[in-house]
Design a protein around this ligand. Structure first.
Ligand code: SAM
Length: 303
C-alpha cells in the first residue's frame, strides 16, 4: 500500500494532516459544534479519552476566545504536550483518575465535558457495546462531579441494543439529549455522539464516585413508559460536506492541488515500533511454515 492511498481513501484523514490536526476525529467535534454551538460561552472544558489530542487542539483553539480557556485532557496513553492543555495520564474508570480530574475543577466547575473514548474493539459486538457503555458511564459520572448547572456533555456512543437505557440515564441529568452523527463519522460505523445539554441533576442528587451508574438488574429491552426514552437522531452537516465513506481523487474538486502531508503528531510509542525497527534492520523473524522446510527439517519441528 502506497503512502498516498490512505489520503485517497479517507478524505478526512488527509484534511486533518493538512490542517494540522492530530487526528481526523477533530472534524467530528467541529461538525458537532457547527450543529449544536457547543463552544458558546465555554471557558473551561474536560476532554476525556483525549489521545492523540485532536479534540483538545480544537477545544484549546475554540474556547475562551483566543485560546485562553482552560482544558484538562485525560487518556490512558501518553499524549504529546499541547499549549494551554493540562494533561492527566490515567484510566477514566478508575477512582484515582476521577479524583484527580475533579480536583482541578473544585470551586470552579467546567462548562463542557467531552468523551471520545473507545475501547479496543474485540469484534464481539455485545462485549464492545458493553465496554463502550462503561466508558460513557464513567465519563458521565465524572461529569456529574465537575459540570456547572446548565453545562454540556458530549460522548461517543455505540447505537447498539441497550442504547435506550443509556439515553434514559442521560435524561436523568440533562434537559436535552440528542444522538448525532457527524458527516466525518463513517456510515459503516456504529458510533454516534450523545449530545446532552442543560445539566440539571435531580433535586437532592449527590454525585458519588463509589456507586456505579449501570444497574445490571435491568432487562434493558423491557423499558417502557417514562423509562423508555427515544431521542431525536440528527445528522450534522449537509450534502456539501465530504462523505467519509467515499474515496476522493487526490486533486480535490475545490481545485486544491495534492501534496503529501506527513501526520501532524506521530504516535509516541506505538506497540508496533519494535517490529518496524527490526524490519528495517532485516531482523524480523519470519514464520516458518512446514511447506517451506526441507523434509529433514520438518521432522524436527515440534508437533
Ligand atoms: N478524541 C481523540 C482525538 O481527537 O485525538 C481520539 C480518541 S481515540 C478515538 C480513543 C481514546 O480512548 C484512545 O486514545 C484510548 O487510549 C482512550 N481510552 C480508552 N479507554 C480509556 C480509559 N478507560 N481511560 C482513558 N482513556 C481511554
Amino acid at each position: 500500500m502506497g503512502r498516498t492511498s490512505k489520503d485517497k481513501r479517507d478524505v478526512y484523514y488527509r484534511l486533518a494532516k493538512e490542517n494540522g490536526w492530530r487526528a481526523r476525529s477533530a472534524f467530528k467535534l467541529l461538525q458537532l459544534d457547527e450543529e449544536f454551538q457547543l463552544f458558546q460561552g465555554v471557558t473551561r472544558a474536560v476532554d476525556l479519552c483525549a489521545a492523540p489530542g485532536s479534540w483538545s487542539q480544537v477545544l484549546s483553539q475554540k474556547i475562551g476566545g483566543q485560546g485562553s480557556g482552560h482544558v484538562v485532557a485525560v487518556d490512558l496513553q501518553a499524549m504529546a504536550p499541547l499549549p494551554g492543555v493540562l494533561q492527566i495520564q490515567g484510566d477514566i474508570t478508575q477512582l484515582s483518575t476521577a479524583k484527580e480530574i475533579i480536583q482541578h475543577f473544585e470551586g470552579c466547575p467546567a462548562d463542557l465535558v467531552v468523551c471520545d473514548g473507545a475501547p479496543d474493539v474485540t469484534g464481539l459486538h455485545d462485549v464492545d457495546e458493553y465496554m463502550q457503555a462503561q466508558l460513557l458511564l464513567a465519563a458521565l459520572n465524572i461529569a456529574t462531579h465537575v459540570l456547572k448547572p446548565g453545562g454540556c456533555f458530549v460522548a461517543k456512543i455505540f447505537r447498539g441494543r441497550d442504547v435506550t437505557l443509556i439515553y434514559s440515564q442521560l435524561r436523568v441529568f440533562f434537559s436535552t439529549v440528542l444522538c448525532a452523527k457527524p458527516k466525518s463519522s463513517r456510515n459503516s460505523s456504529i458510533e454516534a455522539f450523545a449530545v446532552c445539554k442543560g445539566y440539571d441533576p435531580p433535586e437532592g442528587f449527590l454525585p458519588d464516585l463509589t456507586k456505579p451508574l449501570l444497574d445490571h438488574s435491568y432487562d434493558f429491552n423491557q423499558l417502557d413508559g417514562p423509562t423508555r426514552i427515544i431521542v431525536p437522531f440528527v445528522t450534522c452537516g449537509d450534502l456539501s460536506a465530504y462523505d467519509s465513506d467515499r474515496s476522493y481523487p487526490l486533486d480535490l474538486e475545490d481545485g486544491s492541488e495534492y501534496k503529501y502531508t506527513p501526520p501532524t503528531q506521530p504516535p509516541i510509542s506505538p506497540p508496533y515500533q519494535e517490529a518496524c525497527t527490526l524490519k528495517k534492520k532485516g531482523r524480523l523473524a519470519k514464520e516458518i511454515r512446514p511447506q517451506d522446510c526441507p523434509i529433514s527439517a520438518v521432522d524436527t519441528l515440534p508437533q
